[in-house]
Design a binder for this molecule. Structure first.
Ligand code: SF4
Length: 558
């Protein structure tokens, strides 16, 4: 009888970004390991917090996972018949799931099963978690199959804590190509193109990793793209922390993507300082968006976290993206060493001034296993000692400042990101003579419940509902500043671009009424609202927004 080996994890949500790629990679490696051929029956089982039957209570969740795993390994009611060691469970652990997975593992250990843990949280401090039989730090494609082979063949005793050997990316198996994971099930894929990073940001696991970037071979990449094409995968999140660090390869891959999967939407992480015009043009040939880490614009802060930053080149790179029409978002972090509340606000103002499609603002986590973790005390960072290790205060940011930063983050996520405000937000701030961070402050004060609720909904928001709140808020702000005469133009711009974004999203037609001629609302004139109102006469119209040969367009209605 083959021994069941189940690779498992717990996901926050069922989405392409959350897809259990790490667990699937280990399952594929075990499946193809010669010494285990014919001896094991390997499979993947992912749990999800969103599953209808998944218990909310952590203890019950751990019990549920353990029972489901036993049932999968042994069949219903069969666990009593098994003696220890007849099934092996490999857990893929992250900061958000370690607590529950470790508790589930303890239940399995009590019943005599073998458990192995790996993943980023174990890699960070492999000796810390005692609730597993074995912990494997690092990439597990070589070490986990070897460990399982030793356990099954009883050939050699193994250490309880294993520091893994780095696998050769040209020989490890793709979990997509061998059918271990089906991207169709997750409506998209997480796509690994490389491992490692040339940078060493102190808060990142890569801070202590190898500095070299190892890339997957082109044949594998081509075969995976062909699979994505066959399965009509709608979206792909590229796992390569600095996609454009090697421009030649980045261009080659973009051309390949354009030829094999022209209709799939891609998400890349890129370095703004390295954006050049020819590369930006290649990005425009496929449906895609770039996410770019800014983290802070305070030079001292960035020096303290070992993050090189050239503001001039950064701005130039983003200008090229804007000129070429490439969609990009920016990331900021609050709670970084050396960052005051004032400089954090400057970061928001600077970031919004670059016209990002979205601005994601995160609280810093001091992750065990990172360089920052080692230096945290010296840098004056006070943080949670358990996952998610969020910073609570710093030498320069009080606990109150941290709460204010969180509020700004929620207001930005609500008004700017979910409110799809990029086409008009800077124009409105200029009209109101207010900086973006101040704007978010006031918005949160007025609509804190709405911001909190929306952020909890995680992407299931109703844009029309947000637009209504935006318009109410903007009307009030215009009134407060005696700018009421400009509000009809503000209303038009918000409604026009809101409808455009919804039609682009859903393909459904929208009808809206405007105070000004739609041609002008859609023109560059509208970016200077004062000039617009002072130089154009209102002319009420009703328009219909629709898709025309893949492009969004509008026509006047009678
Ligand atoms: S944060 Fe990104 S750029 Fe910095 S070391 Fe980590 S992966 Fe590399």
């Amino acid at each position: 009888m083959k021994i069941p080996v189940i690779c498992t994890t717990l996901l926050i949500e069922k989405s392409p970004q959350a897809l259990p790629l790490g667990a699937a990679c280990i399952a594929s490696a075990v499946k193809h390991y010669d010494d285990l051929h014919g001896l094991v029956d390997v499979s993947l089982k992912a749990f999800c917090l969103e599953d209808k039957d998944f218990p909310e209570d952590k203890n019950k969740a751990a019990q549920y996972i353990a029972e489901q795993l036993i049932e999968k390994a042994c069949g219903k009611g069969a666990e009593q018949a098994l003696t220890g060691g007849q099934a092996i469970f490999c857990f893929s652990c992250f900061v958000w799931n370690i607590e529950i997975l470790q508790a589930a593992s303890k239940i399995l250990l009590e019943r005599g099963f073998i458990t192995i843990a790996g993943g980023p949280e174990i890699t960070a401090h492999p000796s810390f978690y005692k609730g597993f039989d074995y912990t494997v730090s690092g990439e597990g494609e070589i070490s986990v199959p070897l460990l399982i082979s030793r356990l099954i063949n009883k050939s050699e005793k193994s250490d309880k804590v294993i520091i893994s050997q780095t696998p050769d990316l040209s020989v490890i198996h793709s979990p997509y190509l061998d059918g271990m994971i089906d991207p169709a099930e997750y409506e998209g894929a997480l796509w690994e193109l490389a491992r490692g990073c040339p940078y060493k940001c102190a808060y990142c696991y890569e801070s202590k990793g190898q500095k070299n970037v190892r890339v997957f071979p082109m044949e594998r990449i081509k075969a995976e793209l062909e699979l994505f094409a066959r399965k009509k995968v709608p979206q792909v999140f590229v796992l390569d922390p600095t996609y454009n660090v090697n421009k030649k390869r980045a261009v080659e891959l973009l051309r390949l993507i354009a030829s094999k999967t022209p209709d799939t939407f891609y998400y890349f992480e890129a370095r703004a300082e390295l954006i050049e015009r020819d590369l930006a043009r290649e990005f425009t040939r496929i449906p895609c968006a770039l996410q770019i880490g800014l983290q802070s614009c305070n030079e001292e802060t960035l020096r303290l976290v070992n993050r090189p930053f050239d503001k001039k080149k950064f701005v130039r790179g983003l200008s090229i993206l804007n000129e070429e029409g490439v969609t990009f978002g920016l990331d900021l972090i609050y709670g970084l060493p050396g960052e005051s509340f004032a400089s954090f606000r400057e970061g928001i103002d600077f970031a919004i001034g670059q016209y990002p499609n979205n601005l994601e603002i995160f609280c810093l986590s001091v992750l065990p296993g990172t360089d920052l973790f080692d230096r945290a005390d010296g840098l004056g960072l006070i943080y949670e000692k358990e996952p998610p290790y969020h910073v609570m205060k710093t030498k320069d940011l009080s606990a109150d400042d941290m709460k204010r930063a969180e509020k700004l983050s929620k207001a930005c996520a609500t008004f700017y990101n979910s409110g799809r405000a990029v086409p008009w937000f800077n124009s409105v701030c200029r009209l109101l003579k207010i900086k973006p961070s101040k704007f978010f402050d006031i918005f949160y004060e007025k609509h804190s419940d709405f911001c909190r609720q929306l952020c909890d909904q995680c992407g299931n928001e109703n844009h029309l509902e947000i637009e209504k709140i935006q318009l109410e808020f903007l009307k009030e702000q215009c009134k407060l500043k005696n700018l009421e005469r400009y509000y009809p133009a503000v209303e038009d711009i918000v409604k026009f671009y809101g409808a455009i974004s919804r039609t682009t999203d859903t393909g459904k037609e929208e009808s809206i009424s405007l105070n000004y001629d739609a041609e002008y609302v859609a023109s560059d004139y509208a970016s200077d609202i004062k000039y617009f109102v002072e130089n154009l006469r209102p002319k009420k119209c009703r328009i219909q927004i629709f898709m025309n040969k893949g492009q969004v367009d509008f026509r006047y209605k009678k």
